[in-house]
Unconditional design. Sequence first.
Lengths: 259, 310
Amino acid sequence: MSTELKSNLVALQTIVYREARRFLRIWPQTLLPPAITMVLYFVIFGNLIGSQIGDMHGFTYMQYIVPGLIMMSVITNSYSNVVSSFFSAKFQHSIEELMVSPVSPHTILIGFVMGGILRGLGVAVIVTLLSLFFTDLQVHNLTITMVVIVCTSAVFALGGFLNAVFARNFDDISIIPSFVLTPLTYLGGVFYSIDMLGPFWKTISLANPILHMVNAFRYGILGVSDIDISVAIGLMLLTTLILYVVCVRLLISGRGMRT
Amino acid sequence: MTLALSIKQLRKSYANGFEALKGVDLEVAEGDFFALLGPNGAGKSTTIGILSTLVTKSSGRVQVFGHDLDTDPLALKRCIGLVPQEFNFNQFETAQNILTTQAGYYGIKLKDARVRAEELLKQLGLWDKRDVASRMLSGGMKRRLMIARALMHRPRLLILDEPTAGVDIELRRSMWEYLTELNEQGTTIILTTHYLEEAEQLCRNIAIIDHGCIVENTSMRALLGQLSKETFLLDLKETQSVVPELEGYPAQLLDECTLQVQVEKHRGLTDLFTQLSAQGIEVLSLRNKSNRLEELFVSLVEKNLSGDQA
């Protein structure tokens, strides 16, 4: 192994360790809120309202929404971890520590993305454990479940990175989560099947990338989906690749970091 | 002679058209303690920004220990330790974590980084504060933390951008001692500072930059040798109401007991005291009005300014 590669592996480990340390240090802001929010969803939507709805694709309503709610937590947390961490580093100028060091832009990007994935997966585990107090869950296909959750997490971590690169103030890092991610997640089949929609809205819904992610994950857990799984996974991999290339180019150019 | 730094025709223009560097040429030998001085906005920080890759140059060539900024930037970065002007560490991290994280960026494993961090924190008097969040440290401690951070990977070239700004005199002197020791151990140091006394005390060679151009680049001894006159302040024993007549020594009273006298180098002070004594004026003490380097600095910058205006 070349010295350069060894050095970058240590740097990658350092960035991931630092990111994990950050979100664990501020756990009341990072890990606790999604746990409380999801418990409320389970109680209100799953137990109280869900008991009046009946079965969905052969599962109780609670079982049906659990994969979507896990996915919702993963999306929000992967995104917000990277956007807040990278923007804070820009804001405090501590990003300069990385920019002046001999770490390759790929290592920097992968480090931040892995930090986002770690938090996404950590929250997913917490939400899944909490869901077991409300319903039984069995994993239909572990490989698909893991591929989908990691890919989704990577896509939104990269999205968060992109947002942080262009953000100039703290308002700029809350616009996308509030006005884009939340509506797309609620309209992404977390609480309903698109089979319940008319043809027009069903077609429109297919343009929502989160619908594909939620359904692919639901397939991994329950074995049911409204969309073709291979298309969903293909789309996720393609999106990850495109976002990666865009983000790494921005890092190389030093956009928002170099003058 | 091995060059630690070689800069050729370095130019930087910003998007708004401002030309911060107008073809800077500079060489710093290995092992040197080098001062880069200039008034605010002269181009010092832009030059340092380009060396540390935080600023993108418009044109020109930069090499650090033979590693070219354009073709071998990673090797160049490994050679440099940077202490910037502004605090730029994560304010929520502890001092020790800041150091070990920085070491990790340079490929130093955590186990080794902890040993090095302990060594530096002890040397710089921060060991007791290793677990304190950096935002809780005093200004002087933060400055020392930035020096420790820059030294984690044992750089061959240490660049300090106003490292003692806002630091009290006692601490400044202990930092001077530390930097001198570091230089004696072989680290090449480039220093920018507003305290000209600091540059005079520490540095062997000096460049003065103004309006994006190097206006002087020589040894400290040669530069101070250019000083043709010095201004002294004399504290008088008794009050004076009129300026005494001193042939060959332009003088003025700053207050009743303080006389300011300009002394040309070839004249010396003996004749001055003879004339004062002849007039019955007793002198209690004598001091330089300003640092010798400061006088030269001001004259060089003023000369450059008048040249620009012409």
